[in-house]
Write a protein that binds this ligand. Structure first.
Ligand code: PPS
Length: 570
């Protein structure tokens, strides 16, 4: 464990032990209670071990937690605005007492650190949300995580770090606080201004960061977050490819790109304070805070959680104490007459301001439309076009639902061959019977088993969609909630079209192609959908088809036209 005071930043508290001690801990850990770190905990522990969260020496203990939540300070009085806590289940906490040691492992079971338990407590999450995020509205991603994802019990205590969590991507861009401090020192970078981002950077960002660096006569660190960001953000792989293009726009030897393994909380002002402490730990002397820093978006009433410049206001009061200089920045806008970017408060009367909102930018990407040069760099736009191809090059899923014998499989088969005839995408049919034979042969028809079956179909369809294919699913899928889960899963990767085959039960029973209805009526088949098990009809299906009125050709044609209307077929 090392405590060093390099020329840049304050005291850095790295929590990794020596190789020898790490070997001893690995041997000892075999007999300790073991906790598999959640995704967010993995990011937090990386920042704890590498010193990015200095002066913390582990997950917060109760007294520090209470003080942080109430006053944005550790109990020692040092400014620290964000509760970094280790949340565990009640069952796991019940195995522990003060003084217990816990082996903290990554999802593959690799030992990352050993925690000595000092406190175990059940937090008042509502109070935590109100005090830290100034809200208990779950539209706030930080609040939502706290209420719906974080475990109910916190354990706190110091850490002995065995090894940093492994990363295999962009290794050449991952630098610890110590690495960066050393790099800055070697390069003679005495003043470094850091720029925090979780979005792709366009010309406005380049202008802003370049001006900021010029203003404070500092070198520039582009320091994007690659841990958890806001749900729905552009994935970090695409973003980093964009930053790698963008970095070429700065004068040589002035700017560096390094990735920050941080799990954001979207805490606005208090997050800005946290970010600035982190940047100080990484050896920076200045930190840019713009409009809506770490903004959680709108609350459930459609209002902003924080004011656009609240973060600047709060940090301006604390910057001296923290020991980093805030560089406040107004939004940069493009002035047509001047053909350049200026801070919004420098726009003169009568000048034309051009802007493309995030929503408009995504619409243009989605439809393959022009994105002007003044807005971004061709290389950056091309990267994003690869990540967000227009709809006609995205994958999609057509998800049929309906009673047994309603005609799902017949229409699904007709649709499959029509799509194959058109070409352009690989087509996969996940028919109810087929899935039960190849994917779910061990399952029956209880509610639990049906849910597992449908979620499996959803997972496979999601993967096919993600990789640009067309998945056609045709299970009964009788339960609304499970169908909604499938929609959510698939929609993350591409298009989702629900087709409700609404043929009434009387017709299905009359047809009774497989003789199952007769068996169900006779009680030979139990839990039969529509007879002895419920079917919850969809209310928002994109298409409703009653096969009494529609041939398989007509039905599949309607689906093709809908896909065309939505832009998936061109
Ligand atoms: S589910 O609820 O979505 O998991 O059902 P699914 O996998 O689509 O069912 C596929 C076929 O199973 C036959 N079958 C039953 N259906 C409903 N209830 C019970 N108890 C049952 N037992 C067997 C039925 O033939 C379903 O096929 P389709 O193509 O819908 O007729």
């Amino acid at each position: 464990m090392s405590t060093l005071t390099p020329p840049h930043g304050g005291v850095l508290k790295e929590l990794l032990v020596s190789e020898k001690e790490a070997e001893q801990l690995k041997a000892k850990a075999r007999d300790l209670a073991s906790w598999d770190l959640t995704e967010r905990q993995i990011w937090d522990i990386e920042m704890l071990l590498n010193g990015g969260f200095s002066p913390l020496d582990g997950f917060l203990r109760k007294a520090d937690y209470e003080s942080v939540v109430k006053d944005m300070r550790l109990s020692s009085g040092v400014v620290w605005p964000m509760p970094i806590t280790l949340d565990v289940t009640e069952a796991f906490a019940a195995k522990l007492k003060e003084g217990s040691e816990v082996a903290l492992r990554d999802p593959e079971g690799v030992l990352v650190a050993v925690l000595t338990v000092k406190d175990i407590w059940t937090p008042d999450k509502k109070k935590e949300a109100q005090l830290v995020f100034k809200s208990d509205d779950i539209a706030h991603p930080g609040v939502n995580y706290l209420f719906n994802k974080a475990n109910p019990v916190y354990i706190g205590g110091p850490l002995k770090g065995v090894e940093l969590p492994a990363h295999y991507d962009f290794k050449q861009l991952r630098f610890t606080p110590k690495d960066l401090r050393e790099k800055f020192k070697k390069s003679g970078w005495n003043s470094v201004v850091a720029f925090q981002t979780r979005n792709p950077m366009h010309r406005a960002h380049q202008e802003l960061t370049f001006r900021a660096a010029q203003m404070c006569e500092a070198n520039l660190l582009i320091h994007p977050v690659v841990g958890m960001t806001k749900p729905g953000d552009v994935d970090h792989y695409s973003r980093i490819r964009c930053y790698e293009h963008l970095i070429k726009q700065y004068p040589e030897q002035t700017t560096m790109l390094s990735l920050l393994p941080l799990a954001m909380r979207m805490g606005g002002p208090c997050e800005a304070v946290w970010h600035s402490i982190i940047r100080k730990n990484y050896g920076c002397t200045h930190f840019i805070v713009g409009r809506n820093h770490a903004d959680p978006g709108k609350n459930s009433k459609g209002e902003p959680f924080y004011g656009p410049y609240d973060a600047q206001e709060l940090l301006s009061k604390l910057q001296d104490e923290i020991g980093i200089k805030m560089v406040p920045f107004q939004e940069m806008v493009f002035v047509q007459e001047k053909a350049e970017y200026v801070p919004v408060d420098e726009v003169q009367k009568g000048e034309t301001v051009l802007n493309i909102s995030g929503t408009e930018f995504r619409r243009r990407l989605q439809q393959g439309l022009d994105i002007p040069d003044w807005f971004s760099y061709t290389e950056v736009v091309n990267e994003l076009r690869r990540t967000y191809p227009p709809r006609h090059r995205q994958g999609f899923t057509v998800f049929f639902t309906g009673l047994s014998g309603s005609g799902k499989s017949t229409i699904a088969n007709a649709l499959m061959v029509k799509l194959m005839e058109m070409g352009g995408r690989p087509v996969t049919l996940l028919d109810g019977d087929l899935v039960r034979k190849h994917l779910s042969s061990e399952l029956g028809f209880s509610r639990e088993h049906r849910d597992i079956n449908i979620l499996r179909i959803g997972f496979v369809a999601g993967q096919i969609t993600m990789n640009g294919g067309a998945a056609i699913c045709a299970p009964i899928a009788p339960y609304k909630k499970t169908r909604a889960q499938v929609r959510e899963e698939v929609s993350r990767h591409g298009g989702f079209l629900e087709v409700y085959v609404s043929t009434p039960i009387e017709t299905c029973e009359e047809r009774d192609r497989k003789g199952l209805y007769a068996k169900a009526r006779a009680g030979i088949i139990k839990e039969f959908t529509g007879i002895s098990d419920p079917y919850e009809a969809p209310e928002n299906a994109e298409i409703v088809i009653d096969t009494r009125e529609c041939s398989p050709d007509e039905a599949s044609q309607r689906i093709i036209l809908k896909l065309e209307q939505l832009g998936f077929i061109k």
